[in-house]
Design a binder for this molecule. Sequence first.
Ligand SMILES: [Fe+2]
Length: 486
Amino acid sequence: MLGFHDQAKFATPAMFAALGDDTHDRADAGIVVRGELPSGLKGVLYRNGPGRFRRGDEIKRTVLDGDGVMQRLEFADGVAHYARRFVKTPKLLAEEHAGRFLKPSWTTTVPGLLANVGQHIQGTAGVTTYDVNGILLALDEGGASPGCEIDRDTLETLRPASLGLPDNDASPKPHAKRIAESGDWLFASTRYGAKGMQIDVVRHRRDGTRVATPTVLAPRVGYLHDFAATNRHAIFTLQAVELHSLRFLAGLASFSECIEWKPELGNIIVLINLATGEHRTFEAPPAWAWHMANAYEQGDAVIMDFVGYDDPGHFIGPDAQLAAIMHGKEGVNGAPGTIRRLVLSANGTLAETVLADGNFEFPQIDLRASGAAHERIYVTSCPTSGFFHTGIAALEVRTGRLDSYDFGASVNTGEPVFAADPNGGPDQGWLITQTLDVQRVTSGFAVLEAQNVAAGPVATVEVGQTMPLSLHGQWVAATPPLTQRH
Ligand SMILES: [Fe+2]
């Protein structure tokens, strides 16, 4: 790392200004590559994230809440191509026509006394993207539909996504898991109803068949964003929160504003047998968790690594950092995200350990190990507090060794997506992170060797304009060939 710096004070107003209000669709043109793109790096990085926060005088309450922008960065033979497109959801098209926000979204209500009653949240398809057996998805959460199918070459929006979850895909989770052992994908939803919160998981097998796990009634109504899975089990983390659903349904506040952090409740971990729907619950220390790194089975135990927060002040509360940035302010940071491990034992006990102290988010692994034991976890990192990170780190879980690089106070880094070296072993490959440089007023991407993060980027790609903070991505290797256009 380059040493201490006060990233938040330096960058928050500039980051707000650089969030890309004028973000627009863009064809392949005008990028600058510095350094040398690895010859083995062949394929496409797809990314998705929120990209329109303001219409007229209205501004979204948090930076997580915007219409989805798909990005496509292709590497082939040392050359890079870049394009992006908004996901043309019904919401986006209607609001483009109206010139204003029409419906409430998950962190933001719309003006008008009755406009938010019932909270008919429309999807933005702006959180994750997955290539599921050749079908590219832009996914969202919590709405009436999971998102959209996207053309892999042109990024055009093709049709609504169909995941096969109950109630026509109501209340889907944005995160999905591909299990390396079987090649199956798992999608999930958390539905709210009179009974409480129900959890459903559907497995998409490689042959195209879909198998639903029996519905599980959760022991707590709450909010969760991600889950973990092995080939046999799915693991859901019910965070220490209370959801004030009546206040939400009455339209008095957005969904996110109705989440109250209550550490005294502790977390509840729900371990679901994917074949039978049988489930067990475990009491766990309170932790806010956006993202799970991976889970695997070791004997009778299930092990899950994730990034956890003792205090989610960066998200919950009127002056939370993710809301304050919309007004160019630093806001409240809460506690840092640390890398933690839960061991769920067959005798019903749970043990938690901290694998790495620091300030981390967006955990990734070499997905060839997904659902099996992983050796390393890749994360964004920051030497100071706050959710807007400036570095990349690789944690070797066996030794606790951190291999990290910091880009400096003026650069925001996004989820490091692992791109495997097709000729390499486990964890041999590259990390690709999206960067937002508020000093040089440009967004781009940096490629780092996964085994030598501290050396810094081996290549960078600048797109010449600033982009909002993209959330998640997936690397799709070029073998078998991605497209017919080369
Ligand atoms: Fe996420």
